[in-house]
Design a protein around this ligand. Structure first.
Ligand SMILES: [Zn+2]
Length: 180
């Protein structure tokens, strides 16, 4: 069952104010009109929607009803807004269509309910994190440092061999993660 499914991200309102950057993501991204009514027009998410980077799609009423029923069955007083429900329903609808849907949210209640309903959810948006390594060049003998673009192979001072050394690892979100 390891067939590659289409991966779609469903963005919650918390995305608008978190460190999540829709412009750094290569997957299809969706949010709902209920979420749009909750966020400010100048938020990163609203701008991404205006530029077509994030699409708006609303789940069908049937799926929304289905989700509300499921939530009721699992929780006496779910602390979920209509917008939260719309996010769960949209992710559920995508899953039904055979896509690999991932909800992006920092909202604790939403995270909880998504897990109960068997929907994938992530706080950070991108599980595909890699590291950028920052390097310096350094002389093996006298330890004099050179910039990474120093073209020489030997030290200007002592003639020692120049080594490339990792000084810093920085996490970055990969721009493109999907196999082409
Ligand atoms: Zn040297």
């Amino acid at each position: 069952m390891s067939v590659e499914k289409k991966r779609v991200l469903v963005l919650d309102a918390t995305v608008a104010y978190s460190g999540y950057d829709p412009f750094m993501v290569s997957e299809e991204q969706y949010t709902t009109s209920k979420i749009m009514s909750e966020i400010k027009k100048n938020s990163k998410l609203a701008i991404a929607v205006n530029l077509g980077v994030v699409k708006i799609r609303d789940p069908s009423e049937n799926v929304v009803r289905e989700i509300i029923e499921m939530v009721k069955n699992h929780c006496e007083e779910p602390n979920l807004s209509d917008a939260d429900i719309s996010v769960l329903a949209l992710a559920y609808e995508f899953s039904k269509e055979g896509a690999n849907a991932l909800i992006i949210s920092d909202d604790y209640s939403l995270q909880n309910m998504a897990k109960i309903l068997g929907l994938k959810i992530s706080r950070y948006g991108r599980p595909f994190i890699r590291h950028i390594l920052y390097r310096v060049k350094i002389c093996e003998k006298c330890k004099r440092k050179y910039s990474p673009d120093y073209p020489g192979k030997t030290c200007e001072i002592c003639g020692g061999r120049i080594l490339s050394k990792v000084v810093k690892r920085v996490k970055v979100y990969e721009k493109s993660s999907q196999g082409n």
